[in-house]
Design a protein around this ligand. Structure first.
Ligand code: HEC
Ligand code: HEC
Length: 408
């Protein structure tokens, strides 16, 4: 005789299974939320003007480029990329803050603090070094370093990451669209995330619009400072700030180039802390071309969107741009590793060998730190210029926003 399950038996069975599942579930349960994406994948090929062109055409022409970027968008915002499901990349890199976090240090997956201030992300494809100390030089492999970092996202083994994603059903159509089959692998995760980051192009701030109109094909701030080019799109205060930045205030000696980041490859110790220790000969900036390669030298950050990305510096010590300007105005400390560009070579009277205005002296003593002592109007102009670098298109662009709804 066949035994048949009657509906009552079935529901008792289901109930018991459900109770067992709940009882076995650890208290910190991973709860994936499905992303909601537009029906048609948008183009991630941002049209950039020649002077801002930071994407290599070969990358843009990669097959399924936009689908790869879109997969990267989902990965960037997915908490399932942290070992316990507590944080995603955008926990510390918030779009509304220019992809920085408005805290000096950030909390990682187990609520431990990061060692440094979360970098803001802007035009990552225009850089040649990543992290404040520049310890990574390849964006494709850099993007999974935060996932492995024990404070940030805590995945001990990146193999575990691919198997985690294989269990999340919403990834299978995304991987298929991007790579032809649903299999997640470390290489694909790195490729998709770094493609997304390379597409984070910000080039539509009010200042950008004015540069594009005035400078035509190549980056020529000197054309503006010597009066042959006019930045019509900026207010007179912003223009005055641009000129100070590229002139007397000497900011462009380090924050030069169209991304205001020293062309993505400059480092400097800007004398934030007075040192009570004996100078270590290895940190004295005597021989570097720009004087910036010692352990205390930090990457020159891009100043795009800087009005949104506070607090500032590698440790988030300054809350406001005013505090930053106080530092450059009169706060630079005379430490041996101070970058040569922040010393006043006009007052140079020691017995060093002077080898050029932007180069450090050879000798044990160096010229004193610069004291720019900004007047109130110079300060207002510099601030106005820094504010004109805010690209609201970028921070509101849906292609870079959180697709998890409710936000993961
Ligand atoms: C818990 C906070 C946190 C999380 C989560 C996090 N980051 Fe970061 N991120 C940081 C901090 C802090 C730094 C600066 C670290 C340093 O310089 O030592 C940083 C730096 C970076 C940089 C370097 C930027 C530059 O201009 O040098 C990139 C790129 C980056 N993160 C991408 C990511 C990606 C992609 C993810 C997700 C896979 C991620 N981050 C997750 C905190 C975080
Ligand atoms: C000698 C090179 C140099 C010069 C000159 C210089 N900077 Fe910087 N700037 C840096 C470096 C390096 C950092 C990061 C330092 C750190 O965190 O230790 C920085 C950081 C900043 C920051 C904080 C950005 C952030 O994301 O935290 C701002 C704002 C800034 N600089 C503005 C200026 C202005 C305005 C001037 C001109 C008055 C100027 N800088 C001159 C090298 C320089």
């Amino acid at each position: 005789m066949k035994t048949r399950l009657n509906p009552l038996h079935v529901s008792v069975l289901l109930l018991t299974t459900a109770v067992l599942v709940v009882a076995c579930t650890p208290s910190e349960r991973l709860e994936p939320v499905h992303p909601s994406l537009p029906e048609v994948t948008p183009s991630y090929r941002t049209a950039v003007d020649q002077i801002f062109d930071i994407q290599f055409p070969s990358e843009l022409e990669a097959p399924h480029h936009d689908q790869r970027a879109e997969l990267g968008r989902v990965l960037f915002h997915d908490r399932m990329l942290s070992q316990n499901g507590a944080v995603s990349c955008n926990s510390c890199h918030l779009q509304s803050h220019g992809f920085a976090e408005p805290k000096a240090l950030s909390l990682g997956l187990r609520r431990e603090l990061t060692e440094r201030n979360a970098s803001h992300l802007v035009n990552p494809g225009s850089q040649f070094a990543y992290f404040w100390d520049g310890r990574a030089d390849d964006l494709t492999t850099q993007v999974t370093m935060p996932i492995e970092n024990h404070v940030e996202m805590g995945f001990r083994s990146l193999d575990g990451l691919a198997s985690r994603l294989a269990q999340l059903e919403y990834y299978s159509p995304l991987f298929t669209a991007a790579y032809g089959d649903p299999e997640p692998s470390l290489e694909r995760i790195q490729d998709a995330l770094s493609t997304f980051l390379r597409c984070m192009v910000s080039c539509h701030s009010p200042a950008d619009e004015a540069f594009a109109e005035a400078m035509d094909e190549f980056w020529d701030p000197w054309g503006v400072t010597n009066g042959t080019l006019t930045l019509n799109g900026l207010s007179s205060l912003e223009k005055q700030g641009f000129e100070l930045f590229h002139g007397e205030a000497q900011c462009a000696n380090c924050h030069g180039g169209p991304h205001f980041n020293g062309w993505g490859m400059d480092f400097a110790d800007i004398g934030l802390d007075a040192s009570t220790e004996e100078p270590d000969p290895n940190t004295v900036n005597n021989f570097g071309l720009f004087g910036g390669w010692g352990p205390t030298a930090m990457k020159v950050p891009s100043l795009r969107n800087v009005a949104l990305t506070g607090p500032y510096m590698h440790d988030g010590r300054f809350e406001t741009l005013d505090e930053v300007l106080d530092h450059y105005s009169h706060g630079i400390q005379d430490v041996p590793s101070l970058d040569g560009r922040l010393r006043n070579w006009n007052s140079f009277g020691g017995d060093e060998i002077f080898i050029g205005p932007n180069l450090p002296a050879l000798g044990n003593e160096a010229a004193a730190p610069i004291r720019l002592n900004f007047s109130p109007s110079e300060r207002a102009a510099l601030k106005a210029f820094l504010h004109s670098l805010t690209d609201f298109n970028f921070i509101q662009d849906e292609r870079f926003s959180n697709p998890f709804n409710p936000p993961s």
